[in-house]
Design a protein around this ligand. Structure first.
Ligand code: AMP
Ligand code: MG
Length: 408
């Protein structure tokens, strides 16, 4: 049996990031960009107006008031997409709409509310003094040409998509999504929607693991329910080994009489890197490789499966795409935490920011059995403690892994 740290480092040593592909902007949502994206030009790319109003020379507005306006000559219009080429002379102004280019010679915008308004008249009255720079978006004030706008390893979300479009990127190079297969094993499993007999249970892990895999951003190419039968297991797994970057199985990897999964992996030529980790839950975790495929044998208890997925497979999926990992946090326990002196202890729990102290607090779920999947319903994180002789008490700090798909 190896430690959690050792297990993590063995997995890390076997990860070979996948390649990249170039795809259309409309398809890049939730993909991981594979290189730093550089601003090909400054934004704004030209000085433009932040408001609908008049481009003026601030000096010409000195003393302008509602009851003693200053009359300007109206010499042109600059609107978004249709700039004016006029060079502003003293006493002149240009009607300038939001996004419109600031004409040469102008140094400020008087908003239309502070004037006699837009019209076709040759003059306009200005009611308010302007300061140099008023309502002007300066060229390059947001981003300078050549700056990194999105660093490699970033997950592309709607903000990134908008920014990519802002800079005219029609296509983006992203990491290839890992292809995964999910198998759940067990003679007792019945699919939801069917009648259940005594001794049987509904298969929850396939649905849960598929949901998790979607959250991690992978392509699920196989998902199967398999009996505890070596032949059918062998057939399905050997297919998966040909096409998948990651194979996840649940169940059948413990000490039971019908736990064939490890044996079948070995028969298929999977190199076993470890089986059994000093952790609770999830002790019988199996990890092996064949070629570049990574194989995870998760124990069948739903909470064990879930925790092993979140702690080992989710970060692996990130690493395969060179994606920046989510960081763990430290939080203060509001109640004692049952540690183990030999095993790394994981428990689902709730974390929140205390409104008076502003500190991050947490408490473990009262449902502590590895079969108690409903513990997840009241949780937004996994609390963890390495093996330790002394128990953690209320007020002590503990590491938490926030489940970013749960509300915080
Ligand atoms: P195993 O790891 O195969 O020994 O299974 C451990 C426990 O998890 C047993 O109580 C199984 O019935 C249960 N279990 C295994 N697979 C699933 C599944 N797909 N959905 C729900 N429970 C499962
Ligand atoms: Mg089983």
């Amino acid at each position: 049996m190896i430690s959690v740290k050792k297990a993590q480092s063995i997995i890390n040593d076997n990860i070979r990031p996948l390649g990249s592909e170039t795809i259309l902007l409309k398809n890049v949502g939730n993909r991981i960009n594979c290189q730093d994206i550089i601003a090909p030009f400054s934004v704004p790319s030209f000085d433009n107006s932040a408001m609908d109003g008049f481009a003026v020379r601030a000096v010409d507005t000195e003393g302008a008031k509602k009851y003693s306006p200053i009359t300007f000559m109206m010499v042109g219009v600059s609107s978004a997409g249709v700039p004016s080429n006029i060079i502003l002379q003293p006493g002149e102004c240009v009607q300038c709409m939001t996004g419109g280019k600031i004409p040469e010679g102008a140094d400020s915008i008087v908003i239309v509310e502070n004037s006699s308004g837009f019209s076709d008249s040759k003059t306009v009255e200005i009611y308010k003094e302007a300061n140099i720079g008023d309502h002007i978006r300066r060229q390059g004030e947001e981003i300078k040409e050549g700056n990194v706008i999105i660093s490699k390893g970033t997950c592309i979300t709607p903000g990134e998509i908008g920014v990519l479009a802002t800079f005219g990127y029609e296509k983006v190079s992203v990491m290839i999504k890992p292809k995964i297969a999910i198998f759940v094993t067990g003679n007792e499993l019945v699919e939801p929607g069917n009648k259940i007999k005594s001794g049987q249970i509904y298969n929850s892990n396939l649905y849960m693991l598929s949901g998790l895999a979607e959250k991690s951003g992978v392509e699920i190419v196989m998902s199967e329910v398999v009996k505890d039968d070596k032949n059918s297991l062998r057939k399905l797994l050997s297919n998966a080994l040909q096409i998948c970057d990651i194979i996840i199985s649940s169940g059948g990897v413990s000490m039971g009489r019908f736990d064939y999964v490890r044996e079948v992996y070995n028969e298929l030529g999977v190199q076993e890197h470890f089986w059994k980790v000093a952790q609770k839950p999830g002790k019988p975790l199996f990890f092996g490789t064949i070629g570049t495929s990574l194989i995870f044998g998760l124990p069948g208890n739903p909470i064990s499966s879930l925790i092993c997925y979140v702690e080992y497979i989710h970060p692996t999926i990130y690493d395969l795409q060179n994606r920046k990992r989510d960081s763990k946090h430290r939080a203060i326990l509001v109640e004692d935490f049952a540690i183990d002196n030999k095993k790394h202890r994981y428990l689902f729990g709730q974390s929140w920011i205390d409104s008076s102290s502003g500190k991050l607090l947490c408490s473990p779920s009262s449902k502590r059995g590895s079969h108690m999947l409903t513990a997840t319903l009241e949780s937004n994180c996994i609390l963890e403690s390495p093996p330790c002789k002394q128990g953690l008490k209320a007020g002590d700090e503990i590491t938490i892994n926030l489940l970013n798909w749960r509300n915080f």
